[in-house]
Write a protein that binds this ligand. Structure first.
Ligand code: GLP
Length: 258
């Protein structure tokens, strides 16, 4: 796992946005895995601000997750989030943009359909992930199978509390979501995990330094050969190997891939 630690959250964000744009520059038909949450808001803002001259028309996107029970027009849905922060501002082809449906008649079938759609698109070239305070990726909560595919996931009280700011109260946060599984995410050819802020430090430590275990779903990524963990100083504050880093070009690099 490659680890990049930046002084500020903005530098970590800028690096992540540039890496996604670079991927699209290299391959116009890139298949992206996209996340939501507060961490990604400035990433999408930066992508919008620095995308001049780059076409997104052939890019294919699959979001990691969606709340169950929310229609695409619901302001709390990830459909709305993505339109608002990214899709409506660039020349994406709407036919290429995928999120799980939160209102399918059968959520389990919808999860299977979504998994097949990712496969049919040739799999994810690059997925950019946030990190839950409890170590979740997508909505894969502690206890999930590390071999899981896209599935219906019950959300923990901690996750519902963390997302209450988008709904008013924790009680108003949906109880279930459809999420790509840990293995679905793991199958992406490249992964960027972005975590900023001191409230993510414990999850970062568990993900990178802890044992691989279902209690921290993100720890499964330790076995991935092309994952870059992008952090600010605050999120890296509990990271064990931190002191051993060499300073390279303004940011610190822990180790190479592998
Ligand atoms: C959310 C999303 C994830 C996101 C994570 C962190 O609930 N399902 O995709 O990466 O939790 O969210 P935030 O960036 O707001 O801390």
């Amino acid at each position: 796992m490659k680890v990049l630690i930046f002084k500020t959250a903005q530098e970590a964000v800028d690096h992540s946005a540039a890496a996604v744009l670079e991927q699209i520059r290299e391959r116009a038909e890139t298949v992206l895995g996209l996340s939501t949450g507060g961490t990604m808001v400035p990433v999408y803002e930066k992508m919008r601000a620095t995308a001049a001259g780059l076409s997104f028309n052939k890019v294919v996107t699959f979001n990691l997750d969606e709340y169950l029970g929310l229609c695409p027009g619901d302001p709390g849905s990830y459909h709305s989030y993505m339109r608002h922060h990214l899709f409506d501002h660039l020349d994406f082809n709407p036919h290429n943009l995928h999120l799980p449906s939160g209102t399918a008649a059968c959520a389990t079938q919808e999860a299977e359909r979504y998994e097949m759609a990712i496969k049919a698109a040739g799999g994810l070239d690059l997925a950019i992930l946030g990190l839950g305070e409890n170590g979740h990726i997508g909505f894969n909560e502690p206890g999930v199978s590390l071999g899981s595919r896209t599935h219906v996931q019950a959300l923990t009280d901690q996750t519902r509390a963390a997302n209450a700011r988008y709904f008013g109260t924790s009680e108003q946060v949906p109880r279930f979501a459809i999420t790509m599984g840990v293995k679905t995410i793991f199958d992406a050819r490249k992964l960027i995990v972005l975590a900023t802020g001191a409230h993510k430090a414990a999850a970062v430590q568990a993900m990178r330094d802890g044992p691989v275990r279902t209690a921290c779903p993100a720890s499964a990524l330790q076995a991935h050969s092309q994952v870059t963990l992008v952090l600010d100083e605050a999120a890296a504050s509990l990271f064990e190997a931190r002191a051993a880093y060499a300073d390279i070009q303004g940011h610190k690099v822990a180790s190479g891939h592998g």
